[in-house]
Design a protein around this ligand. Structure first.
Ligand SMILES: Cc1ncc(COP(=O)(O)O)c(C=O)c1O
Length: 373
């Protein structure tokens, strides 16, 4: 691998190259797509764009169902899932900051929330889900975060969904795939999910501001009997407009253009499978580096995220000093999330990052470690 100093010219730029778990680096052609001249939103041009993006998004979710694309961040669709699908009770599985937040959202929506908590760093398992449904059911829905960005843990959503279908078939399955979607496969139809949501600014590598959510027929059926769905995120209203390839409120037209450019790149230039394979390779490079440098993983073995690694700081590295060193060379990583700050640091390997870029980051961290021995 090249040891050329600054092979990408990053240190000469004011902008640090993002190796943080979102927002991720956005390619210039995707950024430039946002600068096109504006069009009216009640026009055939907008409808054509929306229809194209819709079809592309369905391919990435591996679904024949609809995908709502909202002018919000991912949290908007966490709230939408609750408001549309939960009449009374929801069981929220909590193993990190973002799953905790979903439980907070459900409480904020006035629902009866059962929190099933596991230690941070551990996954949500199918057995735990089955047991919770037996103990606390019936529940209108469960929530689970596929990839806990705070801890670098991925949970086996395919097997979790199978457990729910088995134990409590009427319970809807809501999945947050904010930091896994487009980095690892999510087979919405095959796994039998009901809502699977993501944000534009993570492995999709688009600017922040859009959320995408695949939604099953079962949720729309449920929504008819749920009151207090609100207006902006009312799935029945979104569905009515989606039939005409548009949205009830003004869509984020520039962001849709960026998304269209990026989805075209993913589907037609890189290829979905190649994208997943590249993410896997970046993760494996990072894991090998962590092990060989005497660090540890915060995530339980076998449940390490393919898009972000939370490194347990066993060498007591000064993470702020490390990031200052990286920034001087035009790169940035993340400290640990909230209470894990300093105890862990996070290296994101998601989006459009190449093997060479990843290697350069790891080499530069090595340089810091050598310098601070
Ligand atoms: C797993 C997960 N869920 C939800 C969110 C919140 O997403 P957004 O900021 O797009 O609302 C994040 C943000 O980092 C996340 O990592």
């Amino acid at each position: 691998m090249s040891t050329t100093r600054d092979p990408f010219g990053w240190s000469k730029r004011a902008h640090p190259r993002l190796f943080i778990p979102g927002p991720t680096e956005v390619r210039p052609d995707v950024l430039e797509a946002q600068a096109e001249l504006m069009i009216g939103h009640r026009t055939p041009e907008l409808e054509a764009l929306f229809a194209r993006v819709q079809a592309q998004a369905r391919q990435l979710f591996f679904t024949n169902s609809r995908v709502y694309i909202t002018a919000s961040s991912g949290m908007g669709l966490q709230e939408a899932a609750i408001r549309n699908g939960v009449r009374e009770r929801v069981i929220c599985f909590v193993n990190g900051a973002f799953s905790q937040r979903w439980a907070d959202v459900a409480e904020g929506c006035g629902k009866q929330v059962v929190r099933v908590e596991v230690e941070w760093g551990q996954p949500i398992t199918p057995d735990l889900v089955a047991e919770a449904l037996r103990e606390h059911g019936p529940a209108d829905a469960i929530t689970v975060v596929h990839n806990e960005t705070s801890t670098g843990v991925i949970s086996p959503v395919d097997r979790i969904a199978a457990a729910v279908h088995d134990v409590s078939p009427d319970t809807l399955i809501f999945v947050d795939a904010v930091s896994s979607f487009a980095g690892t496969p999510i087979y919405f139809d095959e796994w039998g999910l009901d809502v699977c949501l993501t944000s534009s600014q993570k492995a999709l590598a688009c600017p922040p501001g859009l959320a995408l959510g695949a939604v099953s027929d079962r949720v729309l059926e449920r929504a008819k009997s749920v009151s207090g769905r609100g207006w902006y995120f009312d799935f029945l209203l979104l569905e009515k407009y989606l039939q005409r390839n548009t949205t009830p409120a003004t869509p984020a037209i520039s962001l849709l253009r960026a998304l269209h450019t990026q989805l075209t790149y993913i589907l037609e230039v890189e290829g979905i499978e190649a994208r997943f394979a590249r993410h896997r390779r970046l993760a494996e490079m990072t894991w090998a580096w962590v092990q060989s440098r005497g660090f540890d993983f915060f995530a339980a073995e076998d449940y390490r995220s393919p898009t972000v690694t939370a490194v347990t700081n066993t060498r007591n590295v000064d993470v702020n000093a490390l990031n200052a060193f990286l920034k001087a060379r035009g790169m940035v990583i993340s400290n640990g999330y909230g209470p894990l700050k300093g105890r862990t640091f996070r290296i994101a390997h998601m989006g459009d990052t190449t093997v060479e870029e990843m290697q350069y980051l790891l080499d530069t961290i090595d340089e810091f470690l050598g310098a601070s021995k």
